[in-house]
Write a protein of this length. Structure first.
Length: 256
């Protein structure tokens, strides 16, 4: 079973954070007119660019739901791009990651050994995993990474006033980030990609909620991804634990 879609969904959880000052939703009298202004306000809201970049490692543990699937999940990640994702059910375990190359490991319950594969370079699974293993969201340092950014304007998303920022990466992938006009937090991500790296692209919106403090930063512990066309829930993700700058063993980042 391929669960590659999970690794992109969790990406935005990695960099969304804020300080207590942003908890009060103050009215903005000005209209931000450039993408760099919007992103700069985001950096201020999360406690500053330096604090964001000071996070070197990340450990996350929680539960992933997709249809009838209810799985435990755990992520170990180290800047700039080392990562291992585990998805565990009573019937099977699926582990995937990036150690310079993307890999996947699957073992059925009751089996003594599993099967390790290296993804085909440039294929949908390899591309999704490579993108998902990036430590920072695509709008962070977008110019230095060769990406383009455009402020599409101000609009309503659910019951929020938001600024919509479009990032086009060098690989052609387009991502729309929605920042709350008043708190400047990242509240949603719009993207299009194949489900589990197979089939046609599906456009989705992921919304973030359940904010809690982690190492003096406030991060969302819950996310819900919906199909833009149908409105159907594609998946939900709820974290029980998020830790920053904790020691990570090399074996926690490598294939089994």
């Amino acid at each position: 079973m391929r669960v590659t879609g999970l690794v992109v969904m969790v990406g935005a959880f990695a960099t969304v954070a804020c300080t207590p000052a942003t908890l009060s939703r103050k009215r903005e009298s000005e209209t931000l007119r450039s993408v760099d202004q919007v992103i700069a306000r985001y950096y201020e809201a999360v406690g500053g660019y330096e604090r964001l970049k000071a996070v070197r490692t990340r450990h996350m543990r929680g539960r992933y739901h997709e249809g009838s699937l209810d799985a435990a999940t755990e992520i170990f990640q180290e800047r700039p791009q080392l990562r291992r994702v585990s998805v565990l059910t009573p019937k099977w375990e699926h582990i995937e990651g990036f150690d310079g190359q993307t890999w996947e490991y699957h073992r059925d319950a009751g089996s003594a050994t599993g099967h390790l594969t290296r993804d085909t370079l440039g294929g949908p699974a390899e591309l999704a995993q490579r993108r998902g293993s990036e430590f920072d969201e695509s709008f962070v340092d977008y110019s230095q990474r060769g990406f383009t950014a455009t402020l599409l304007g101000r609009e309503r998303l659910r019951d929020l006033d938001v600024y919509r920022v479009r990032i086009i990466r060098t690989d052609g992938w387009t991502l729309d980030y929605y920042f709350d006009v008043h708190s400047h937090l990242l509240v949603a991500l719009r993207k299009a990609m194949p489900l589990h790296a197979t089939g046609p692209d599906v456009e989705s919106l992921t919304f973030y909620s359940d904010w809690r403090f982690v190492s003096a930063l406030l991060v969302p512990f819950s996310g819900e991804e919906r199909n833009v066309k149908t409105g159907a829930v594609l998946s939900t993700l709820a974290w029980d634990l998020i830790e920053y700058n904790v020691p990570i063993r090399r074996q926690d980042l490598l294939p089994p």
